[in-house]
Design a protein around this ligand. Structure first.
Ligand SMILES: NC(=O)c1ccc[n+]([C@@H]2O[C@H](COP(=O)([O-])OP(=O)(O)OC[C@H]3O[C@@H](n4cnc5c(N)ncnc54)[C@H](OP(=O)(O)O)[C@@H]3O)[C@@H](O)[C@H]2O)c1
Length: 247
């Protein structure tokens, strides 16, 4: 699986732990694609929370050490295996998974996890497609069966998955409420599809005001989805459904 002569830079993790365990190595062999594999020259790699859980050794799936982190990549096809017919050298692609890790100059992927990168997306956007957008799409469309006119509360809307959820929900014609913890986050979600934005770090009193506002906005429609569990807000929302209509 490795070429004899070529070396690349890659981040290697030799032990699970804090970010310090991420080591930049310059002598990692460039892998060669097997029959049904694609070698991608990585131009951008998405960094999602799951990478930190894996690196810390706190995730259910633990890679064999040492390993190179990085799941979401975008880049250019460098080489393809003998059985790969969908891609050729030079194609712009993104991948939803890698075999050898995305924090590297080159990443080996199974061809089934590689997709053409649309012209209108740059590499950074391509590297943000898989974990954030496919997760948001699966939750909203496959699991919650979102329909135009329904109401969604995206709790933690200012993060990667939350922004994706706001954009997709808005595009589907939903009424979108989102929460963020900073003024910049509130501004961000309003620019990315949310009709209304609420601060999830408000005090209890302010939270009650939010609930009253939410109650008014809900217009007797039930929230279809709590994006991220927050016991305080969820219990408060249950109370909110019992609230009389606010002025
Ligand atoms: N199951 C899956 O397949 C899957 C896939 C992707 C992600 N996830 C999980 O989904 C979560 C979000 O992922 P992400 O990529 O969007 O992470 P992220 O970019 O780090 O975003 C985190 C979000 O959580 C919000 N937040 C922080 N503290 C909060 C609090 N006390 N109450 C409410 N919201 C709070 C942040 O808002 P502020 O910073 O504005 O406060 C931000 O919107 C992570 O736990 C991740 O592991 C699961």
């Amino acid at each position: 699986m490795t070429s004899v002569n070529r070396l690349m830079r890659a981040i290697r993790v030799f032990e699970f732990g804090n970010p310090e365990v991420l080591k930049l190595c310059t002598d990692v062999p460039v892998p060669s694609p097997g029959e049904d594999q694609v070698l991608v020259r990585v131009r951008a790699c998405g960094i999602n929370p799951v990478e930190t859980y894996i690196r810390a050794g706190a995730y259910a799936r633990k890679p064999t050490l040492p390993y190179t982190p990085g799941t979401d990549i975008a880049g250019v096809v460098e080489d393809v295996g003998k059985k790969v017919t969908s891609f050729k050298n030079g194609d712009r692609v993104f991948a939803t998974s890698t075999i050898t890790g995305g924090y590297a100059e080159y990443a080996l992927c199974s061809s089934s996890t590689v997709y053409p990168l649309p012209d209108q997306l740059n590499f950074k956007q391509g590297a943000a497609l898989s974990v954030p957008y496919l997760t948001a799409y699966r939750a909203l469309c496959h699991k919650a069966h979102a329909k135009p006119g329904e109401v969604v509360l995206v709790h933690g809307a200012s993060g990667g998955v939350g922004i994706a959820a706001c954009q997709i929900a808005r595009a589907y014609g939903l009424k979108v409420f989102g929460t963020a913890g900073t003024p910049a986050g509130l501004d961000l979600i309003l620019k990315n599809g949310a009709h209304k934005a609420f601060n999830h770090r408000e005090t209890i009193t302010e939270r009650q005001i939010i609930l009253i506002k939410l109650r008014r906005l809900l217009e007797d429609k039930e929230l279809m989805l709590y994006w991220k569990c927050c016991p305080m807000l969820i219990s408060a929302m249950i109370c909110a459904s019992c609230l009389p209509a606010a002025e």
